[in-house]
Design a protein around this ligand. Structure first.
Ligand code: URA
Length: 209
């Protein structure tokens, strides 16, 4: 089975609880998504490759380590993934951004692609795919399958919430892709929503309900 990283830092868990509450306004839900995403980025990028550069302090010449942000691509699964992008880009402003548009067929819950735009040199880049909810896993599986056609150097998948069904489906298809999540909830309802969950992440981030 693939790796699952549960990011259980108290700050992440606190903010996630505030987001789950049905009274959370669009404003606070969006802000909390942003803050959690930034905190998760810290953990997701813990093992990222660094390079050494020559620098001069006020006192002498030395070397220092830097991340090459341009080697990273954050890929948002539209549209809810965009809510996570802001927090990540706040920490890694040099990262490139790709978008994948998938909609969920309401009958089959299967993923149908309608948009795909990536940097051209994906084979030289490390990819972090983001979508707040890994529920049935259908969109995540399809998105990663599509990305693999472009042969990126590595792929990680980041969500805020998932459930055992989502993890099983995702890692059945992509055991080589590590998952990062802030919570593993109980399961899915008949409409493919995570329980207890937080509702429709896209609607709550963008205030479209
Ligand atoms: N997508 C959502 O926004 N919420 C869920 O619970 C499942 C999928």
């Amino acid at each position: 089975m693939g790796e699952v990283h549960l990011i259980d830092h108290p700050l992440v868990q606190h903010k996630l609880t505030l987001m789950r509450r049905k009274e959370a306004s669009t404003n606070s839900f969006r802000r909390l998504t942003n803050e959690i995403s930034a905190l998760m980025t810290y953990e997701v990028l813990r093992d990222i490759a660094m390079q050494e550069i020559d620098i001069e302090t006020p006192l002498e010449v030395t070397t220092g380590k830097v991340i090459d942000g341009k080697k990273l691509v954050f890929v948002s699964i539209l549209r809810a993934g965009n809510g996570i992008l802001d927090g990540m880009l706040g920490l890694v402003p040099g990262a490139r951004v790709g978008h994948i548009g998938l909609y969920r067929d309401p009958k089959t819950l299967g993923a149908v692609e309608y948009y795909f735009k990536m940097p051209g040199d994906l084979h030289e880049r490390d990819v972090v795919v983001v979508d707040p909810m890994l529920a049935t896993g259908n969109s995540a599986v399809a998105a990663v399958e599509r990305l693999k056609e472009c042969s990126p150097k590595s792929i990680k998948f980041v969500c805020l919430l998932t459930c055992p069904e989502g993890i099983a489906a995702f890692h059945k298809a992509h055991p080589d892709v590590p998952l990062y999540t802030a919570a593993i909830d109980r399961g899915l309802n008949d409409h493919g929503y995570i329980l207890p969950g937080l509702g429709d992440a896209g609607d709550r981030i963008f205030g479209t309900k």
